[in-house]
Design a protein around this ligand. Structure first.
Ligand SMILES: Cc1cc2nc3c(=O)[nH]c(=O)nc-3n(C[C@H](O)[C@H](O)[C@H](O)COP(=O)(O)OP(=O)(O)OC[C@H]3O[C@@H](n4cnc5c(N)ncnc54)[C@H](O)[C@@H]3O)c2cc1C
Length: 421
């Protein structure tokens, strides 16, 4: 249950069915942010700094913020949690905005109203940063019971709330076949499954656990990791590439591809992903080839507002295509935080009656490619606009043969930015 005192103290009241907005104080404008991950938190802190006259409320269903970046090393006990789990209420109090612990359920764009499980809120500007949803349908159809069983028994660890269950799973694994899927893209942080595979393989090898990780990969893998798997973990990892999941039976613990039927003792099922359902409800998805709603959010790639609606901004992993030249922005925490800033600056500019200066996001990502000795890759992406208006991407990948905690430094610095006001 949400903390009732928190809402009362912050001027919001728990009154399902009533308009919460009527109870909040008047301000130069109201901004609602849905989702307190990397994108939403960055937007909130940036608004506080650049538009302190605006009333900002972050609507987040979880009580605690937890980092997915660096979670793979933490899973196998190789690192402490670099960013300690932080209460949203405490972050909000420190930075100076409201936190409403609630699930956002629908958006009425004509009336500029957000419906939540705790009531209705009016907005002048809305930032949508709810991350991703799991899309089990391609593997399990609409079998709600099987979807629930997979989610419960074989969590992906692609949303922060599942990390403890995943860690317990690894600690309890005493041998046999552990299966992990790598879904077809686009997906959150594409190198993450390979980094996790290396961590698990190292865990099995160093603890002499008589087990094998079978990686059922919709794609061809990443060159650097494919080499590490083959050269250093051939006894621990079996990598099945270009493998399409045809059927998954969570009760019999079996998975079928076009070529193999794999029986497993335990599994980490990372499913295909898509933008959360609220985007579909609000008519904010791209159009697919058949003219229906697609899987990811449609948006203006420079300003980040919804197409045809400059009161709604969309940031983070749920975004669809940014440019025909490279597709989507990388689904990384760094990118989500930079996009959150840009959306906040766009709102501040509108509130101040000026045009926002065009800014481009960037992404930096560290990926561990082995454990002992430690090796890492630093992947950087930057953007600019071409003469014809299209956004171009340039990606640089650098090997870090002797990483010295650069990833932890990066994560702490990014998080500190989100706590600044
Ligand atoms: C294993 C793993 C490792 C990773 N490693 C890295 C890394 O090293 N570097 C890197 O840059 N990125 C990494 N990433 C990617 C990074 O975690 C994501 O890109 C980032 O979390 C995206 O931020 P976001 O704000 O879009 O979404 P999220 O961080 O997922 O935040 C979305 C928030 O919205 C909330 N929410 C959703 N729907 C609702 C609703 N209807 N109502 C209220 N609240 C809602 C959720 O509870 C959540 O808190 C990794 C990801 C994984 C899975």
């Amino acid at each position: 249950m949400p903390d009732r005192r928190h809402f009362l103290a912050s001027g919001l009241a728990l009154a399902a069915g009533r308009s919460l907005a009527q109870l909040s104080p008047r301000a130069a404008g109201r901004v609602l942010i849905v989702g307190g991950g990397w994108g939403g938190l960055a937007a909130a802190s940036r608004l506080r700094r650049n538009a302190p006259e605006l009333d900002v409320t972050l609507v987040e269903r979880e009580p605690v913020f937890r980092s997915l970046p660096l979670s793979n090393a933490w899973l196998v006990g190789r690192a402490p949690e670099v960013i300690a789990p932080a209460q949203h209420a405490a972050i909000a109090a420190q930075v100076g905005y409201r936190h409403l612990r609630a699930e956002a359920t629908a958006i009425d764009r004509a009336q500029r109203r957000l419906h939540t499980a705790q009531g209705v809120l009016d907005y002048d500007w809305l930032i949508l940063a709810p991350g991703i949803r799991y899309d089990y349908a391609p593997w399990l159809g609409d079998d709600a019971r099987a979807i629930e069983a997979v989610r419960r028994d074989f969590p992906a660890g692609y949303v922060a709330g599942e990390l403890d269950a995943l860690k317990r799973k690894l600690v309890d694994f005493k041998g046999g076949v552990l299966l992990m899927t790598v879904p077809p893209g686009p997906s959150r942080c594409p190198p993450a499954p390979y980094e996790r595979a290396v961590m698990i393989a190292w865990w099995l090898k160093s603890r002499r656990i008589p087990g094998r990780l079978i990686l059922v990969d919709a794609g061809g893998g990443m060159q650097r990791f494919n080499r590490v798997f083959a050269e250093r973990y051939q006894d621990q990892i079996q990598h099945l590439t270009h493998a399409t999941v045809k059927a998954l039976d969570p009760y019999a613990k079996s998975l079928q591809t076009e070529f193999d039927e794999i029986r497993f003792d335990d599994a980490i099922i990372i499913p295909p992903q898509a933008a959360p359902d609220i985007l579909r409800q609000a008519g904010l998805l791209e159009t697919d080839a058949a003219g229906g709603p697609g899987h990811w959010a449609a948006f203006d790639p420079l300003r980040l507002h919804a197409i045809g609606d400059e009161r709604v901004f969309i940031v983070g992993d749920l975004l669809g295509r940014a440019s025909p030249l490279f597709g989507a922005y990388p689904k990384s925490a760094h990118m989500a935080a930079r996009l959150g800033r840009i959306a906040a600056d766009g709102i501040a500019a509108q509130a101040h009656g000026v045009s926002p200066a065009p800014t481009f996001p960037e992404s930096v990502c560290f990926v561990h490619t082995d454990v002992e000795p430690a090796e890492a890759l630093r992947i950087e992406a930057s953007y600019r606009q071409r003469g014809d208006g299209l956004i171009t991407q340039s990606v640089r990948q650098r090997e870090e043969p002797q990483p010295r905690g650069e990833d932890a430094e990066w994560a702490r610095a990014l998080f500190a930015e989100m706590l600044a006001s």
